[in-house]
Design a protein around this ligand. Structure first.
Ligand SMILES: NC(=O)c1ccc[n+]([C@@H]2O[C@H](COP(=O)([O-])OP(=O)(O)OC[C@H]3O[C@@H](n4cnc5c(N)ncnc54)[C@H](O)[C@@H]3O)[C@@H](O)[C@H]2O)c1
Length: 248
């Protein structure tokens, strides 16, 4: 699989932590140039160092960018081109949640979640469409919440469902450009986001230990979807949840 990524450039948003970090690390290990995008400068720089310590040949650029800000996104894509000349793989992974009963959600809550989890992906896809060459790939990180959800996460569930829809649009309009767009619906994954989830702390959402995956188990599916081995996978929404969505 290494030959699929050597010399290619992969941009991963939310790459300083959890799933995004695992994706960035896997791409770096496989010889891709990696742009680690995050809004948190300290954790992004620590994450870059961590990967460089383990992978001596890693080619990593960190980009401090709030994915919900149009100018940040434009500048990040521009910097990527200046450093690596191409953008071949885009992974829209940055995301956040707000936990409140539906009647307590404010307009600000909705805007906060939608602007990062949905609009951020749109902004990067738009810039990518303008510069990506045929053979490029986009992978969006949605969630099982796109299809089944719990109480107190209405804005998040809606944003993740809309991200699946955006993936379909990107797949239809990307196909004539030679760009594939797919998304992954992770189940529970062992990251700070999972264990900070108040629904889990309160027991409102119960997760069996065997239903918790590792960030690396999402990263390997991202790598497959981003590789030419997935050349006929277009517009797919792939659940990577250890079978959680199949429970009765
Ligand atoms: N962990 C899970 O159980 C799980 C399950 C399903 C889906 N997901 C999705 O996977 C993705 C990654 O989640 P994670 O668990 O690794 O979370 P995490 O909280 O560990 O990491 C998220 C990263 O995104 C960054 N980020 C947040 N807002 C940003 C912004 N506006 N601009 C740039 N960066 C921003 C954060 O700084 C952080 O580094 C999210 O989209 C999440 O919704 C996670």
């Amino acid at each position: 699989m290494k030959e699929d990524f050597e010399g290619r450039t992969a941009l991963v948003t939310g790459a300083a932590s959890g799933i995004g970090f695992a994706i960035a690390k896997l791409f770096a290990a496989m010889g891709a140039n990696v742009v680690m995008v995050d809004r948190n400068e300290t954790t992004a720089s620590e994450a870059k160092t961590k990967i460089e310590q383990e992978i001596s040949h890693a080619q990593i650029l960190t980009a401090i960018c709030d994915v919900s800000r149009e100018n940040d996104v434009k500048r990040t894509v521009q910097t990527t081109l200046e450093r690596f000349q191409t953008l071949d793989i885009l992974v829209n992974n940055a995301g956040l949640m707000v936990f409140k009963p539906l009647e307590d959600h404010t307009l600000e809550d909705w805007n906060k979640v939608l602007s990062v989890d949905l609009l951020g992906a749109f902004l990067f896809i738009r810039e990518a469409f303008r510069i990506m060459k045929p053979g490029s790939a986009i992978v969006n990180i949605s969630s099982v919440h796109a299809v089944e959800t719990t109480p107190r996460v209405a804005a998040y569930a809606a944003a993740k469902a809309a991200l699946v829809s955006l993936t379909h649009s990107a797949s239809i309009e990307g196909k004539p450009k030679g760009i594939r767009a797919n998304c992954i619906l992770p189940g529970a994954v062992d990251t700070p986001m999972l264990w900070n989830n108040p629904n889990i702390k309160d027991g409102l959402e119960v997760i069996n230990k065997s239903d918790v995956g590792k960030p690396e188990e999402i990263a390997s599916v991202v790598a497959f979807l981003a590789s030419p081995r997935a050349s006929f996978v277009q517009g797919a929404a792939v659940s990577v949840d250890g079978g959680r969505l199949s429970h009765l």
